[in-house]
Design a protein around this ligand. Sequence first.
Ligand code: SF4
Ligand code: SF4
Length: 76
Amino acid sequence: MKGINIDPEECKGCRLCVESCPKGCIQISSNINKIGYQYAEFRGGNCTACGICYYVCPELGTITVYEEDKEAVNNE
Ligand code: SF4
Ligand code: SF4
């Protein structure tokens, strides 16, 4: 299944991924992480594993994109 993982403790809540996802798969949580930001979270839907969210995120390592069971892209 295609999808992404967002590390809530690395996210700065800039919303770039939310605004850039063509499928509307990402939202900002009402919860706050340890450094005081409302973080982005994957809300499901029709993720195509396009990687746009990954490429716009300024925080390296925060978003990992999955295509089927294997990682499509990551920062590591
Ligand atoms: S990989 Fe593409 S479709 Fe999936 S959440 Fe990121 S921007 Fe949206
Ligand atoms: S682009 Fe990165 S830092 Fe910005 S809200 Fe999304 S996951 Fe968080």
